[in-house]
Design a protein around this ligand. Structure first.
Ligand code: ZN
Ligand code: FE
Length: 252
């Protein structure tokens, strides 16, 4: 018997969000991560004949949870949300925290708490596939804004992502990579740039990114191995450097 094939589908919503649908082809089952809107996700599930086994949430922002109630009531799937967002996401069925191991519809995840963008932000790590569903922490050549957490927290959260295996694929929620590329180029042109990354790596990144985006293909999932070489926020050597970069990026 051929092994069951599983894959991650990207359903674009709004301007630049992706909802991730994890599909188990053998069982025709699916999980959904951060459905900011229900309609596009529901039609994808129906078109593919998939039954929804669970909804995973990384944090409470409306572009990540906006479609949850509707999906939950149409498909009666359990909702997993960060323990620290118990007040904001009171309708969840199971609250998760650092170190929890959860098993949903044939997929297993370890929960990582990654505060900074919000205080309760979590990521879901699938060890078998080396998939990380990381919401708004790391982006292509960038990182999330700090709405609730401190620079120290965000820096440490990024360090934790950095310490995952190099072959990790990072499923981040937003298609911000091209905008972040401009920031990286500006940064490498500074006389006193604090970051020394891999310039050839960045040039290759740009070439591939331009090709993909001109074909309307996503830049997600990110390859952690590559981000570690070129993403300035992963190259920052300490909190001070990280803070400097994040503040500079805010001004853009
Ligand atoms: Zn957010
Ligand atoms: Fe977001």
């Amino acid at each position: 018997m051929a092994p069951a094939v599983s894959r991650v589908e990207l359903v674009p919503i709004f301007e630049d969000n992706y909802v991730f649908v994890l599909v188990d082809e053998g069982k025709k089952e699916a999980l959904v991560v951060d459905p900011g809107e229900a309609k596009a996700v529901a039609s994808y599930l129906q078109r593919e004949g998939l039954s929804l086994k669970g909804i995973l949430l990384t944090h409470h922002h409306s572009d990540h949870v906006g479609g949850v109630k509707e999906l939950k009531s149409s498909f009666s799937a359990p909702v997993f949300a960060p323990q620290k967002n118990k007040n904001q996401i009171s309708y969840a069925d199971q609250f998760v925290k650092e170190g929890d191991e959860i098993s949903v519809g044939g997929f297993s995840f370890s929960v990582m708490e990654l505060p900074g963008h919000t205080l309760g932000h979590v990521a879901y790590w699938n060890q078998t596939k080396k998939w990380l569903f990381s919401g708004d922490v790391l982006f292509g050549l960038g990182c999330g804004r700090l709405f609730e957490g401190t620079y120290e927290q965000m820096y440490q959260s990024l360090q934790r992502i950095k310490s995952l295996p190099s072959e990790t694929l990072v499923y981040c929620t937003h298609e911000y990579t091209e905008t972040n590329l401009h920031f990286c180029k500006m940064l490498s042109n500074l006389d006193d740039s604090p970051i020394t990354g891999d310039d050839e790596g960045l040039a290759l990144y740009e070439n591939e990114l331009t090709n993909r985006r001109s074909l309307n293909l996503p830049s997600v999932p990110l390859k952690l191995f590559i981000e570690k070489k070129v993403n300035p926020f992963l190259l920052a050597r300490n909190v001070q450097q990280f803070t400097y970069l994040r503040e500079l990026r805010n001004k853009q």
